[in-house]
Design a protein around this ligand. Structure first.
Ligand code: FES
Length: 151
């Protein structure tokens, strides 16, 4: 091996080492910043959990959020008394299919077998015979807070 080849080989090795160190440093930095920590749910001392904002409820016609473990809540505004909000378990009491708010009919509907509920969770039409489970709800400013009976 002549002197020129040795110098060329050493130079390539040195450059390769520097590039590896730079790539490793960059990838370490990316992984630490690419996954932001999950936001912690805002909870009050009396067990209410913030589930959204009134402006989002009014824009979308309803709020459907996971608020405790895998427990979900459906928040709707009562069309008869618009100051009243209802927070309900969005699981049908017939055979546990998910229900959702129907803006056109102003009712909560289960697509599995057609049960229909009032905005307060009372049954309008079966086969479900029991109302939707309701949660405590309060509004502070624009924030909507919900508390399940279990908490
Ligand atoms: S599961 Fe909802 S109507 Fe049957």
């Amino acid at each position: 091996m002549n002197r020129r080849k040795v110098l060329s080989w050493l130079t390539l090795s040195w450059i390769s080492g520097i590039l590896s160190a730079l790539v490793g440093a960059c990838s370490t930095k990316q992984s630490s910043t690419s996954t932001p920590p999950a936001p912690s749910a805002e909870t009050t001392q009396d067990g209410f959990i913030k589930v959204g904002q009134v402006k989002d409820l009014d824009r979308n016609g309803r709020l459907l959020q996971t608020f405790s473990g895998d427990q979900k809540v459906l928040v709707v505004r009562d069309p008869k008394t618009t100051d009243t909000l209802h927070a309900l378990n969005p699981i049908c009491t017939h055979r546990r299919c998910p229900v959702d708010w129907q803006q056109d009919s102003q009712n909560i509907f289960c697509a599995c077998h057609g049960s229909t509920y009032q905005p307060d969770g009372a049954v309008v039409k079966g086969p479900a015979s029991d109302p939707l489970e309701s949660y405590d709800i309060k509004v502070e400013g624009d924030a909507i807070w919900v508390k399940s009976q279990a908490s």
